[in-house]
Every structure is written in structure tokens, then in C-alpha cells.
Design a protein around this ligand. Structure first.
Ligand SMILES: Nc1ncnc2c1ncn2[C@@H]1O[C@H](COP(=O)(O)OP(=O)(O)O)[C@@H](O)[C@H]1O
Ligand SMILES: [Mg+2]
Length: 270
């Protein structure tokens, strides 16, 4: 049974249908008959969080959407079109994914360079986003550690993704390596970006408190074979701040998600 009822009149920004994955010519199926349909919500976007134990297929789902991998069976569509080279969606990883031999400015403007945009315009547009993510004054530094801190490098990666395609952001445990203060700042940066660009954000994390704070919708995956097994509609106000976390509704949701995660983990291990 799919968690994603297929409504043909619905406008899906991301559509994975009938996905199965084998790495040994069909002897073992790591993913079996998986759907993932994310509706386009104009003038709002949405924040979707994927939770699941290690190895359950979260990164694989993001790689399909980013066009970095094709499933063995099934179809992947972004805005109604098959993913191809011309409209790749970029991804923010936990590991620093910037090019360390290039400056912040050149990293952020990279997608525009591939599109053949001339340097003056590229730099101007990159500077706008650099300002937005709070990296003013760092644009001519190399995008490497420790010239920039972990949090700053993730800001570079977010800025680069935003300039490449603000409609869809794919984030694979992006804040996993950051200290708590930086992590909370990055969460708030991300929600402000979401509201400004009305992006559709697909965000993978292991942190349940972070998931509930950020998400509109949470989907929990199981392993062997991988599939989505739980959906939690996060019924909190759209605009959140630190006070949201003091709210009893928030705390109850954290407990609910924790219980569901535990029962999915038991289901997988039995
Ligand atoms: N190239 C590959 N060959 C064989 N198995 C793979 C390959 N890539 C991923 N897997 C397996 O697919 C499953 C899902 O991996 P992944 O999507 O990275 O999980 P997650 O991100 O949830 O930790 C894992 O069991 C992993 O071992
Ligand atoms: Mg992963």
C-alpha cells in the first residue's frame, strides 16, 4: 500500500513511481515498488523530511531526484519531465561538497558558468545569494576548511544549490557535522530561504527534533526492501522560531515520531 495516493490531476514537482533497485542483476531487491510523489504547492513550496535507519535508502532516493543514479525499474520525473543532464538538481551533503580550489564566489556561480552566463552577471547574481546566506566579505576566500568554518562551507553549498535551482533543494544530512549553535542557526537560515523562494526542500536527517522543527511532512522509510511506511503531517504554524520548540504540540509530535521510528526499526529487525 502506497503512502502516496496517485491523483492524476495533481501537479507533482517530484514523482518517483514504481521504483525498484537491484545491484546484482535482480537476485536481491534493495528497493521494491516504491513511490514518492511530492505535490507542487505554488507560492508556498514545502519542506519534506525523510527519516529512517542507516542503509534504508534515503541517499539513494535523493540521488535519483538529482539525476546521479537511475533506478533498475520505475520512473523519475521532475516537474513532469524525465531527469536529464540539462536540468540537474544539485544536492547539499554532510561532507563539504564545495570545490576547494575555487573561491566562494566562483563556487556559488558554478551552475551559471555551465549555462554560459558571462562573468559579470554570474558574479552579480552570486553576490546576491552570498549576501542572503550571510557570507558577505568571504566571497574571495577559497571554499576550504579551515579558511571557512563548517557552517560557512555549508552556507556556500546552500548558496550554490539555490543559484542552480531555487525550486528544489536536496539536502542529505547537511547539518550532521555542525556544532549545536551553528546547527540551530542553519535551521533558521533554511526556513527563511524556504519562505523567500517557496522552494520544495527534501531534507534527510537523523535528528527527530530537527525533523519536526523544519518539516511540513515527515516520511519514515524502512529497509529490506526499502519503502516509505509512515507519514506524519506536522501540524505546526508554517512560520516557526525557537519558541515553537517550547510548544506542547511540538513536544508531542517529537514523541510521536520517536515512537513511530522505534516501531519501524523493530519491524525491520524482526
Ligand atoms: N553501489 C551499490 N552496490 C550495492 N549496494 C548498494 C550500493 N549503493 C547503495 N547500496 C545499498 O543500498 C542501501 C541503501 O543505501 P543508502 O541509500 O545509502 O542508505 P541511507 O542513505 O538510508 O543510509 C544500503 O543497504 C546500501 O548498502
Ligand atoms: Mg545516506
Amino acid at each position: 500500500m502506497s503512502l502516496f495516493p496517485d491523483n492524476p490531476s495533481q501537479n507533482n514537482i517530484i514523482e518517483l513511481k514504481g521504483i525498484s533497485q537491484s545491484y546484482d542483476g535482480g537476485k536481491n531487491w534493495i528497493i521494491q515498488d516504491l513511490d514518492f510523489l511530492i505535490e507542487d504547492i505554488p507560492q508556498q513550496g514545502q519542506f519534506v523530511v525523510i527519516l529512517g535507519m542507516s542503509g534504508c535508502g534515503k541517499s539513494t532516493i535523493l540521488r535519483y531526484i538529482a539525476g546521479l543514479q537511475n533506478p533498475t525499474k520505475g520512473t523519475v520525473k521532475i516537474k513532469g519531465k524525465t531527469v536529464d543532464e540539462s536540468q540537474r538538481v544539485s544536492m547539499v551533503f554532510q561532507q563539504y561538497s564545495s570545490l576547494p580550489w575555487m573561491t566562494v564566489l566562483d563556487n556559488v556561480g558554478l551552475a551559471l558558468r555551465y549555462q554560459g552566463v558571462r562573468k559579470a552577471e554570474r558574479d552579480a547574481r552570486a553576490m546576491e545569494i552570498i549576501h542572503l546566506v550571510g557570507l558577505d566579505g568571504h566571497q574571495n576566500k577559497y571554499a576550504q576548511y579551515p579558511t571557512l568554518s563548517g557552517g560557512q562551507l555549508q552556507r556556500v553549498a546552500i548558496a550554490r544549490s539555490l543559484l542552480a535551482n531555487p525550486e528544489i533543494l536536496l539536502m542529505d544530512e547537511p547539518f550532521g557535522a555542525l556544532d549545536i549553535r551553528t546547527r540551530l542557526q542553519m535551521q533558521d537560515l533554511l526556513t527563511s530561504i524556504w519562505h523567500k523562494f517557496q522552494s520544495t526542500i527534501i531534507f534527510v536527517t537523523h535528528d527527530i527534533a530537527e525533523a519536526v522543527y523544519l518539516a511540513d511532512d515527515i516520511y519514515i522509510m524502512k529497509a529490506q526492501p526499502s519503502n516509505f511506511v509512515e507519514h506524519i503531517d506536522v501540524d505546526l504554524p508554517l512560520v516557526r522560531d525557537r519558541m515553537t520548540k517550547r510548544n506542547s504540540q511540538y513536544t508531542e509530535l517529537v514523541h510521536l515520531v520517536e515512537d513511530k521510528m522505534m516501531s519501524v526499526a523493530e519491524m525491520s529487525s524482526s
